[in-house]
Design a protein around this ligand. Structure first.
Ligand code: ZN
Ligand code: ZN
Length: 316
C-alpha cells in the first residue's frame, strides 16, 4: 500500500496494493449484480406486467435510497450540514447503505476527496482527468467520471479523508456489515415483500424490479452528478478549476442533488436550491425535520446569509 504524493497523484490517494484489489473486486461484484440483475429485470418486464406489488416497492425503495444518499451519506455524513439524534442517524445510515454504493466511510472519503481536488489531480471522478491527473478525451472522461473510476488503481485514504468516521461506532458498524445491507436491499427485503403479499412469482418480480433495477437506476442517477453534473448545465457561480453545473433534470432525479454548482459553492449547506424553481426535495426534508425538532444546527447556504464569515467546506 503506497500513499504517493508527486506528479499525477495527490495527498490521500493510495495507488495500487491489496486495498485496490479489494476495491476492484467489491466494485465488480456490485456492478455484476446491478447490471446482470437489471438485464434479467428487463427480460422479466418483457414477459410480465408489473403490478402494484412490484411498482409500489420500486417507488418506495427508490425514495428511501435517494433520501439515504442525499440527506444521509451526502449532506449529513460527508458535509455535516446538520446534526440529529442516534435513531434518525441510524435510519439515514441504513437508508444510504441500501443504495449499495459501498460503505458510508468509503463513500464519504471518496466524496470529500472530490471536493478537495475538484476537477484537478486527486479528484477521484473528474470527467476531464483520470485517477493520476492525466487529461482524458471527452468520451473516456465521461466513462471514467460515471463508473469507470471505481475500477482504476487508486483509492481514497480513509485516514486522510474520513478520520472522524473511523472513530464513529455507528459508521464502522455499517462498514463491517455492509454486505448484509446490500443483500437485504437487493434480495431479502423485496423478496419478503413480494412473497408475503403475492407469493413466489411476485417475490421474483419484486427482487428484479424493486431490488436490483431500482438500485441500478439510483446508482446511475448519483453517478451522473460526477459525469453529467460536471459537464452539462448552468453555472451560477464561476469557481476556479471546478466544472460543476446546475442541472434541472439531475436535480429532479436525485431529489435536489443536481443543483451541483450551488452545492460546490458552499458544500456544507443543507439546502442547495437557491431560486424558487430550484426544487430541492432533500433540503426541504431537512428543514421539515428541523421544524419537528428532529435535526438541528442546520447550515444555511452562504448565498442566503449575505455575510462572508461562513463555515469552510468540510473536505477533510
Ligand atoms: Zn461535484
Ligand atoms: Zn458534496
Amino acid at each position: 500500500m503506497r500513499n504517493v504524493e508527486g506528479p499525477g497523484t495527490a495527498t490521500g490517494v493510495i495507488v495500487g496494493g491489496p486495498i485496490v484489489v479489494r476495491k476492484r473486486f467489491e466494485s465488480g461484484l456490485l456492478l455484476v449484480i446491478n447490471a446482470g440483475g437489471s438485464a434479467l429485470a428487463l427480460w422479466w418486464l418483457a414477459l410480465n406486467e408489473p403490478g402494484p406489488i412490484e411498482l409500489s416497492y420500486f417507488a418506495v425503495s427508490a425514495c428511501v435510497t435517494l433520501v439515504g444518499m442525499g440527506v444521509g451519506l451526502h449532506r449529513h455524513f460527508s458535509h455535516r450540514s446538520f446534526e440529529c439524534g442516534p435513531v434518525l442517524r441510524f435510519a439515514l445510515g441504513a437508508a444510504g447503505m441500501m443504495a449499495c454504493q459501498g460503505s458510508i466511510v468509503k463513500w464519504v472519503a471518496n466524496h470529500r476527496r472530490h471536493h478537495t481536488h475538484v476537477d484537478a489531480p486527486g479528484d477521484p471522478h473528474s470527467p476531464t482527468l483520470d485517477g493520476h491527473g492525466q487529461p482524458l478525451s471527452f468520451l473516456r472522461g465521461m466513462v471514467h467520471a460515471h463508473l469507470g473510476w471505481l475500477f482504476d488503481d487508486t483509492i481514497s485514504d480513509f485516514e486522510v479523508y474520513a478520520r472522524d468516521l473511523l472513530d464513529d461506532p455507528l459508521v464502522m458498524f455499517f462498514h463491517r456489515t455492509r454486505w448484509v445491507w446490500f443483500c437485504a436491499s437487493f434480495f431479502v427485503l423485496p423478496g419478503l415483500f413480494g412473497y408475503l403479499l403475492g407469493g413466489v412469482e411476485h417475490a421474483i418480480g419484486t427482487i428484479l424490479i424493486g431490488g436490483i433495477l431500482r438500485t441500478f437506476l439510483v446508482l446511475n442517477a448519483i453517478a451522473s452528478l460526477a459525469s453529467i453534473g460536471h459537464t452539462y448545465g448552468a453555472r451560477r457561480f464561476e469557481l476556479a478549476h471546478d466544472h460543476s453545473r446546475n442541472n434541472a433534470l439531475l436535480a429532479l432525479l436525485t431529489f435536489g442533488e443536481g443543483w451541483h454548482n450551488n452545492h460546490h459553492r458552499h458544500p456544507r449547506a443543507a439546502h442547495v436550491g437557491l431560486a424558487w424553481y430550484e426544487v430541492d426535495v432533500n433540503g426541504a426534508l431537512i428543514h421539515a425535520l428541523a421544524r419537528m425538532g428532529l435535526v438541528w444546527n442546520v447550515v444555511p447556504h452562504l448565498a442566503r446569509r449575505r455575510r462572508r464569515d461562513f463555515e469552510p467546506a468540510l473536505s477533510s
